[in-house]
Design a protein around this ligand. Structure first.
Ligand SMILES: [Zn+2]
Length: 248
């Protein structure tokens, strides 16, 4: 075990937010791109849709929640968007963990906003589902894996180490996995983009009729709720807690 030993509970694993989600939305017109003043990520998503509905050219830079799991090994989950300043390595260091001692990265799926900052973690072991590796949209992202030691996950569920499990939760991406981590504060579900983009969808267990993958996603949400996680970390809005009955 590494120096992460001195930071967490004796038995349970620890999950910390490495870099919190952000949405930067721009309205573009003839050489100007105006950053929209939105208070949070859901508001950013709504503004993005609004600009498009008005016939405008909307641009959105989306940074997902990136997390650090400290278990027997230390894992970065979804490194995120490649940015200047190596913010993810610095975020690892801010928890007292030497980024070079992080040998394992887990990708919930292969969309570029979750994978790009892998450039900060070259040569690591990367755990990702086979379906994502074979997905047509991951062609470019796979080139980022060339220096890495890829651990292919396969099937519907599995264990990365005791207390750190995954289950296949398709709908947003066919091979998207939700991570289930046993911590001293209860079960943490890192659901990534399985849950989103607006909090009220999961709260009310409903999605717009024309939402892609609607039925499949709602089924995954029921499965996640049945596990009664204490904390859920979605891909693109802040982590939230469920009460003891799995309601919110
Ligand atoms: Zn995403």
């Amino acid at each position: 075990m590494d120096e992460a030993d001195n930071t967490g509970g004796a038995e349970g694993h620890r999950v910390d937010l490495l870099f919190p989600e952000q949405r930067l939305v721009f309205e573009h017109a003839q050489g100007t791109a105006t950053l929209q003043d939105v208070p949070n990520a859901p508001a950013g998503f709504r503004r993005y849709k609004e600009i498009q509905a008005e016939g405008g050219n909307a641009a959105m830079l989306v940074i997902p929640n990136s997390t650090l799991i400290r278990a027997a090994k230390t894992y970065v989950v979804d490194p995120g968007v490649a940015m200047q300043g190596a913010p993810y390595s610095a975020a690892v260091a801010s928890y007292g963990v030497n980024p070079f001692h992080v040998q394992d990265v887990i990708l919930t799926h292969m969309h570029l906003d979750h994978v790009g900052a892998l450039v900060e973690f070259p040569g690591r072991r990367v755990h990702v589902h086979r379906i994502e590796l074979e997905a047509p949209y991951s062609t470019f992202q796979r080139s980022l894996l060339e220096t890495c030691d890829v651990v292919e996950l396969d099937g519907d569920e599995g264990e990365i180490e005791p207390g750190l499990r995954w289950m296949l939760t398709p709908g947003h991406a066919d091979g998207l996995i939700t991570l289930l981590v046993d911590t001293d504060d209860g079960l943490v579900a890192i659901a990534s983009d399985c849950i989103g983009p607006l909090p009220e969808y999961f709260e009310t267990m409903s999605l717009p009729e024309d939402f892609g993958g609607r039925e499949v996603l709602l089924e995954q949400w029921r499965r996640i709720r049945e596990l009664k996680p204490a904390l859920i970390i979605p891909g693109h809005y802040p982590p939230f807690r469920l009460d003891g009955d799995g309601a919110r």
